[in-house]
Design a protein around this ligand. Structure first.
Ligand SMILES: Cc1cc2nc3c(=O)[nH]c(=O)nc-3n(C[C@H](O)[C@H](O)[C@H](O)COP(=O)(O)OP(=O)(O)OC[C@H]3O[C@@H](n4cnc5c(N)ncnc54)[C@H](O)[C@@H]3O)c2cc1C
Length: 342
């Protein structure tokens, strides 16, 4: 089939990779350039936090998350960046005065899925064996199943792959007004396909009911004095921060969660909260260098769950909220099975 995809962010790319494997020809449309940074998928930390995200989510994301974790290695291999995948577990810790928060967090996970009883409580010695740089913490939890995708590496490698593929035409800087049965509507014209997908994330808010943006801010640091190798969260009564390691002592620190579609630069308040929490976690961050601070908005529906809508020769996928990397491979698989492949 000749298939049109509106939006080449995270979902659009995962769709494109699946459809190419099935032998289809694709025309992609994005209002950004192929190597641009408008997609939330470019800002994401890429954590595959199948358990930890359950604290504020429904257990349905657990099943999709596990399925996605199984699917990511093949997708990354397809675009020749297998090394962008890591699954060696994650750490959750807190300061002693916040141990109640920590216990409550784990109890919440256990109340949502039985498998959370496998989450391992670590004392200082066990934590130090796993992550020597976290030795100042006397208590933590280890979630062996969790991992991460180096989101920016995936976005770069998938751009390279799709641009070089002779079955793909990528229309960059082209805004899509809407999609309808087998048709992608542009500002002046429309193009007809055998099937069309809407993967515009927040850009589809005029057509997808109750879609909103949830602002998230992240700070990138170079920290030669810190050697943390796994995604690590620190719980705190007011804010939760995570540290996601990237190669060469680079870290993504995130993320705020603010009910707003404002994509303006990171605020002083957010940077103070993120950085002071970070410094209290490991003093080696004091001499880290701030490489960049980024803001984007997560496309979110009222129930904070993903949504797949099928029509005649069309499918819309949206609402991946703060779980795009955790959910996209499984949600795309489901959407294809229920729609175009049915
Ligand atoms: C700060 C932050 C941290 C995050 N961390 C994580 C994480 O650790 N783990 C995780 O699983 N998820 C994370 N996420 C969530 C994840 O990034 C999103 O769920 C995911 O990117 C949503 O994918 P999408 O394809 O629907 O939207 P996007 O990735 O935003 O892609 C939408 C694409 O559509 C294009 N577009 C929009 N409107 C139009 C139009 N009218 N015409 C043409 N093109 C258009 C855009 O240019 C963009 O390329 C994070 C998000 C943020 C903001």
């Amino acid at each position: 089939m000749h298939i049109g995809i509106a939006g080449v962010g995270l979902v659009g790319r995962v769709l494109a990779l699946n459809l190419l494997r099935q032998g289809h020809t694709l025309t992609l449309f994005d209002e950004d350039i192929a190597y641009g940074d408008k997609a939330a998928g470019m800002t994401a930390a890429g954590m595959l936090a199948v358990f930890a995200e359950l604290e504020s989510a429904e257990s349905v994301i657990f099943d999709h998350g596990n399925r996605s974790i199984a699917l990511w290695p093949d997708l990354l291999a397809q675009v020749d960046c297998a090394e962008a995948y890591q699954q060696k577990g994650s750490i959750i810790t807190a300061h002693p005065q916040d141990y109640n928060e920590l216990d409550h967090f784990i109890e919440t996970l256990k109340s949502k899925v039985e498998e959370a009883s496998q989450i391992k409580l670590l004392d200082r010695r066990e934590l130090t064996e796993l992550e020597p740089d976290l030795s100042q913490h006397a208590k933590a939890f280890f979630i062996p199943q969790e991992g991460q995708v180096d989101a920016q590496h995936f976005m770069q490698a998938s751009s390279d792959y799709l641009l070089a593929n002779s079955d793909v035409t990528w229309n960059q800087n082209v805004k899509v007004k809407d999609i309808s049965e087998g048709s992608i509507e542009l500002e002046e014209t429309s193009e007809v396909f055998d099937w069309v997908f809407d993967a515009r994330g927040l850009g589809a808010n005029a057509q997808v009911k109750d879609l909103r943006g949830v602002r998230g801010e992240v700070i990138w640091l170079d920290a030669p004095e810190v050697n943390i190798t796994r995604p690590t969260r620190m719980l705190h009564p007011r804010y939760k921060i995570y540290i996601v390691p990237r190669p060469n002592n680079r870290y993504v620190i995130g993320a705020t969660e603010i009910e707003s579609e404002d994509k303006s630069p990171v605020s002083v308040r957010s940077s103070l909260e993120l950085l002071s929490a970070l410094y209290s976690m490991h003093s080696g961050f004091a001499e880290a260098r701030i490489v960049k601070m980024l803001t984007n908005c997560r496309p979110t529906l009222r129930d904070n769950l993903p949504q797949i809508i099928h029509g005649q020769k069309m499918t819309r996928i949206n609402g991946l909220y703060r779980h795009g990397y955790l959910l996209a491979p499984a949600i795309v698989e489901k959407a294809l099975n229920e729609g175009i492949n049915k």
